[in-house]
Ligand binder design. Structure first.
Ligand SMILES: [Zn+2]
Length: 63
């Protein structure tokens, strides 16, 4: 069910749209790992991945 999402190759954000809603980057259907950031200011994994907003992200995105 989450596989209907596509992941941004630039920032790993997941979206159902045709381009990334955060940065406008290219999307890939080949991604792994579902990550929901609900409090990015207090999330270590968000800091590690350079995520500075709340939302749904992929842990790994392939070209
Ligand atoms: Zn993006």
């Amino acid at each position: 069910m989450v596989k209907r999402f596509k992941a941004c190759k630039e920032c790993s954000a997941l979206t159902e749209a045709n381009e990334c809603q955060l940065c406008g980057g290219d999307l890939s259907r080949d991604w792994q790992g579902f990550l929901a950031i609900i409090d990015h200011e207090h999330s270590d994994i968000a800091k590690k991945m350079g995520i500075n907003t709340n939302g749904k992200f992929a842990l790994k995105v392939r070209e």
